[in-house]
Write a protein that binds this ligand. Structure first.
Ligand code: ATP
Ligand code: MG
Length: 388
């Protein structure tokens, strides 16, 4: 039976979805009413969970032509102090596996019907990431394992979301960190997953080894310092069997670089974004038992990461410029550019696309993302407006 609860929701077979997800129908109709389950009018058509509903993670997508369900990627808890957090969290494990936490954007790649699509964290199909996924992932993986989802980080300079140039990636590459069952989200054990993907030539994030749970806090700071010195983000610490949920821990350098980025667009980022990052610095300084000289350095770095980009923004605005971020994408097909522009429009991102430039057999497209809130707030204060 189908029920109309809001626009487009009659496109969803609620009985069928309730059975597939093993949640009561009224949770689905309730979610449709509250718009936590939303219709996305792009090709392929889907419904996405904007927030968790019952046992279903936010970011879960339901494709309505085929009823393929791709579960959302779960949140990863963060520790600010390795000891005793790791011993407590992993008390039921003997060992933990440590993998690099790469700083790009979360991507799930799955077979929907008979085509491969790439989903962002929020459960949208990203046309740009889909083009890249189809190039990077051998179809053999999905022919052999149609019910598995590849979860990983898209990393590199040609990234419309998190462009980074220090990974030695030429355009954009996929680094896997999870293989999960499409419908249930159940993850595969760490080594089994790495070996499986190796067999298909699919890259995985760097592996730092397995550590005894009660010694991991002694080994990880060295890894973090080494990663931080090259601006890499940090590590994700995992139960080798993937029964206990993973935990993340990051370097001060990457933390400060996030702050530097966010303070350039200070009025567009939530205050929580800033607060958590300042707290991380304080706990790490205590756990690492830093002397006066190291503390001085940390304080200076943190202060610079906050103030300098914001000062730069104010100066730019004062000179009449609007506050914007320049990113770029590199595509094989101009249709991808059109689809990506439409997609950003649906997300409400204010972006100005440049003319495609031919580079070899691809096109480079520069995109200017406009930060309206920061632009307007800064202009208002420069013109005599009050902060609040
Ligand atoms: P979350 O909702 O999980 O807290 P967030 O948006 O705050 O996410 P991050 O702080 O970047 O994001 O941390 C989690 C993300 O780290 C994952 O969603 C994933 O995209 C990314 N990641 C990078 N490397 C790994 C890895 N080796 N294992 C797991 N996740 C990884
Ligand atoms: Mg990240």
């Amino acid at each position: 039976m189908r029920r109309d609860v809001s626009d487009f929701s009659n496109r969803l077979d609620i009985d069928k979805l309730s059975e597939l997800l093993d949640i009561p129908e009224h949770r689905i109709t309730g979610a449709l009413k509250r718009k936590t389950l939303q219709y996305v009018r792009l090709n392929p058509e889907l419904f996405r969970f904007d927030k968790p509903v019952s046992t279903i993670e936010g970011g879960t997508s339901v494709f309505i032509d085929t009823y393929d369900v791709v579960r959302g990627f779960p949140k990863i808890s963060r520790t600010l102090m390795l000891d005793p957090a790791l011993r407590q969290h992993f008390s039921s494990c003997q060992k933990v596996a440590v993998e690099e936490k790469m700083n790009g954007y979360n991507t799930r790649i799955a077979l929907v019907g008979d085509a491969v699509f790439a989903l962002t964290r929020g459960g949208f199909v990203c046309p740009y990431t889909t083009e890249k996924a189809r190039l990077l992932i051998p179809m053999g993986f999905f022919s052999d394992h149609p019910d598995l989802v590849l979860c990983g980080e898209m990393v590199g300079p040609d990234s419309p979301y998190v462009p980074k140039s220090f990974y030695g990636v030429e355009s954009l590459e996929f680094f896997a960190f999870d293989v999960r069952e499409k419908l249930t989200g159940k993850p595969m054990p760490v080594m089994k997953r790495r070996e499986l993907l190796d067999g298909y030539g699919i890259k995985s994030v760097r592996f730092f080894g397995e550590f005894d749970v009660d010694k991991a806090h002694l080994g990880i700071p060295r890894i973090i310092r080494e990663l931080g010195s090259s601006m890499h983000e940090g590590v994700v610490i995992k139960d080798p069997d993937m029964v206990v949920a993973p935990v993340k821990y990051t370097s001060s350098e990457s933390n400060c670089s996030d702050l530097e980025y966010a303070f350039e667009f200070y009025n567009d980022y939530g205050r929580d974004f800033f607060f958590g990052r300042v707290c991380r610095e304080a706990f790490q300084a205590v756990e690492w038992n830093e002397d006066d000289e190291s503390l001085e350095k940390r304080c200076l770095q943190l202060g610079k990461s906050i103030l300098l980009p914001m000062i730069q923004t104010i100066k730019k605005r004062k000179a009449g410029e609007r506050i914007a971020e320049d990113v770029r994408i590199r595509v094989q097909s101009l249709d991808t550019v059109t689809a990506f522009e439409e997609y950003l429009g649906i997300l409400g991102v204010d972006a100005v696309f440049g003319e495609p430039e031919k580079v070899g057999d691809e096109y480079l497209v520069r995109i200017r993302k406009m930060y309206k809130s920061t632009s307007d707030k800064t202009a208002s204060i420069l013109n005599g407006g009050m902060w609040s």
